[in-house]
Design a protein around this ligand. Structure first.
Ligand SMILES: [Zn+2]
Length: 157
């Protein structure tokens, strides 16, 4: 049996000279920074965590509430690893397709490194992970969003 899950995340950006925006575990140099995120604001890892929890009927907002001080500035690879622990006995991941929407930073120069990070965390082949960056056509300069589409196959027990 196959199941598909859509994950989503959005964070605000603020102008911040010589800063970085973390995306897919990579610190990307940028003159913008994540604004007001409780964690590190990694939209790719958060959207993936959202999709993985979804397939087992859980909600990232319930598992890691942004009101919990334990989640303050927490590295998002921990969220993703926790979600993976929740699914890995029941499902294997067939492929992941990711869209990141922001005018800055440009994602494509870092997509190989991001795919490597995800492949390691989720024990997948890098060929089964795709990432595309899109701009907002200058309609929304101060947000970064990610959509992740994840196809799962239920393990036979
Ligand atoms: Zn987030």
């Amino acid at each position: 049996m196959y199941r598909v899950a859509l994950g989503y995340d959005l964070h605000r950006l603020k102008i911040a000279k010589d800063s970085t925006v973390i995306c897919g575990g990579i610190e990307i140099p940028c003159d913008l920074a994540i604004d007001g995120a409780h964690s590190d604001g990694d939209v790719i890892f958060h959207a993936l965590t959202d999709a993985l929890f979804s397939v087992v009927g859980k909600d990232i907002g319930v598992e890691f509430p942004n009101t919990d001080p334990q989640n303050l500035n927490r590295s998002s690879d921990e969220f993703l690893s926790c979600a993976f622990e929740n699914i890995k006995n029941s499902y294997c991941i067939i492929n992941i397709d990711i869209i990141v929407i922001c005018d800055k930073p440009k994602i494509s120069p870092y997509s190989l490194e991001i795919r490597k990070n995800i492949a390691t965390l989720l024990q997948m082949d890098i060929e089964d992970i795709t990432i595309r960056g899109k701009t907002t056509e200058q309609t929304n300069l101060l947000t970064i969003q990610a959509y992740t589409n994840v196809l799962f196959q239920k393990n036979k027990i």
